[in-house]
Design a protein around this ligand. Sequence first.
Ligand code: G6P
Length: 366
Amino acid sequence: GAAELGPYRHYMQKEIFEQPKAIADTLEAVAGVSPELFGDGAHGIFKQVDQVLVLACGTSYYAGLVARQWIESLAGLPTTVEIASEYRYRDSVPNPRTLVVTITQSGETADTLAALKHARSLGMPHTLTVCNVPTSAMVRECKLAFITRAGAEIGVASTKAFTTQLVGLFLLALALGQVRGKLTDEQEARHLKDLRHLPAAIQSVLALEPQVIAWSDEFARKENALFLGRGLHYPVALEGALKLKEISYIHAEAYPAGELKHGPLALVTAAMPVVTVAPNDQLLEKLKSNLQEVRARGGELFVFADADTHIQRDTGMHVIRMPEHYGWLSPILHTVPLQLLAYHTACARGTDVDKPRNLAKSVTVE
Ligand code: G6P
């Protein structure tokens, strides 16, 4: 009810603003990087596996796409990520030394549960879930679990569940790296420090809300939008597009910016806003030339740029500056303004933000 909402208009807005606390709560019991964060017996399993298979749906699937890059970079384990409803219905080649990782906020998504059982029936016994509900079917089904402490998420469009999943998945990448001798004590200390600083870092991103609101009026008048990101931030672009679709009903698509020239550039006109996630990483210069391709065709850019990227405001070039560059955990920070953009655009269009048409919070039937 209204009392629970406090100063917020919708649960989604409240849940976006709860992210610093949700992440702090998720990290509360984490004293250091260790397989035991995932349960008894995790060390033995992490030592045996030589591959990771992530299974999930919706927003949780996008968390898996970020995790793939973390696990391959920080643990050196080949990782594949599959949409649960596709995996269960195709022939695949099982490897018994696979760590099967399901990601699910509810722990009750029928497709994800069925995909887990399918993987197990193919002879892959090592199962782990990153889940927000400790009493859920998924936690009961998996040998290992990391429980996110996002608290109840009521808005159908997932927000704090996603960012806390990313925290759990980053810890998984670190723990796998540790067991495989790829994590020095110094690196562990630095990663932990970055994780612990996340709540404060998110707080300063939330303070950008008025700037995002200023963009949302223009967005509310559009019928299409393109989201661009590269590398670790391509899944963030996918998540930003999904949020906008789900609650504002604006058609949105995400592309890795290097793919623009292979199709979506044909769609770019002044009527197509192009939202870009621009962290200061090794792909920045390439991303900037992708942005020039858009501008040269009259496209209007809305860029979330890290502090030191030197991306300047100009005609057709709107920039919101992110407070700091955040390295490996940058996808978590860059997700937040995209949530706010979808939220305020939906509010400007007057949709039912917490209960978008045709969608359910948890899909427990196929
Ligand atoms: C539904 C929800 C999404 C969610 C997806 C997967 O589609 O509307 O927000 O990402 O299910 O849910 P899960 O509980 O498995 O993460």
